[in-house]
Design a protein around this ligand. Structure first.
Ligand code: SIN
Length: 274
């Protein structure tokens, strides 16, 4: 099979065809998928009927698998699997607020691979992804230079994510300080690295200055011109690069059901190379 890459928008997102993720990837396939992720920040696959083990094996080609600090282990023999589930009894869903996954960790995940098995019958449940290189590059040179001098705190306590809002008995609340602009460790490009879900304050500024600047950056970074919107079908996969995108899950389908599994690939400590 030949891998095909079709862009979703000129700015972000590509659908990858001609690959069966239930089989081990050849090195050529791996290289093409890896490069597509770096080029398009989020990539999508359709009709992938893979098992949990195959899902984990695909993720493990890109790095060590991450275990969420708080998520319930719904598949006890697979602690690396995060279940994404909503239905008539849900009070909240994961990822409703724009965020980069677990950015409250000292070493946030490099990427996340979501396999949705069941989609809402009413057509809802899309996911949106925003290109944070483009968000950074659209700022004025003066603002880019200023942001490069700043760091921000990311706190799990801020997160609307139900993994933190419905605490387990052994709950822990990670937090971390990261540069406001990070250098992508593979592409060398600079990306904005603050998000509404986890970022609470800019450490070098007064509270009023920090609130004003963060609100401006959140609104700037989430603009539709930086975004692609993915419409799921059963057994679609999205693989996004948390170092270069933020994402938001639309919960517009209550009380319909949506169900899938996510595997998350470990990352490294964000840094800025000026
Ligand atoms: C998430 O991983 O933040 C959830 C994304 C989604 O359910 O579309």
């Amino acid at each position: 099979m030949t891998i095909e890459i079709r862009t979703l928008t000129p700015t972000i997102g590509a659908e990858i065809g001609g690959v069966d993720l239930s089989a081990p990837l050849s090195n050529t396939e791996f290289d093409a998928i890896h490069q597509a992720l770096l080029d398009h920040q989020v990539i999508f696959f359709r009709d992938q009927h893979i098992t949990v083990d195959q899902h984990k094996a695909f993720g493990a080609r890109f790095g060590k698998l991450h275990v969420h600090p708080n998520a319930p282990k719904t598949l006890p023999e697979h602690p690396e699997i995060l279940t994404i589930k909503a239905g008539p009894d849900s009070k909240r869903v994961a990822g409703e607020v724009w965020h980069s996954d677990v950015s409250c960790d000292v070493e946030p995940p490099m990427g996340s691979i979501l396999h949705i098995h069941e989609v809402p019958e009413n057509g809802g449940g899309d996911t949106m992804f925003a290109n944070q290189y483009a968000a950074y590059e659209a700022l004025s040179p003066a603002m880019q230079g200023f942001l490069q001098t700043l760091t921000a705190q990311h706190e799990s306590r801020k997160s609307a994510n139900h993994q933190y809002r419905d605490p387990a008995p052994d709950q822990r609340f990670p937090e971390a300080e990261h540069p406001v602009v990070r250098t992508h460790p593979e592409t060398g490009r600079k990306a904005l690295f603050v998000n509404r879900g986890f970022t609470t304050r800019i450490l070098q500024l007064s509270p009023a200055e920090s609130d004003a600047l963060l609100n401006m950056l959140f609104t700037h970074a989430e603009q539709p011109k930086f975004v692609c919107r993915f419409k799921w079908r059963p057994y679609s996969i999205a693989f996004w690069d948390n170092r270069a995108v933020q994402h938001q899950a639309m919960w517009d389908y209550f009380p319909q059901r949506r169900f899938g599994y996510r595997v998350t690939v470990c990352g490294d400590k964000p840094f800025l190379r000026p």
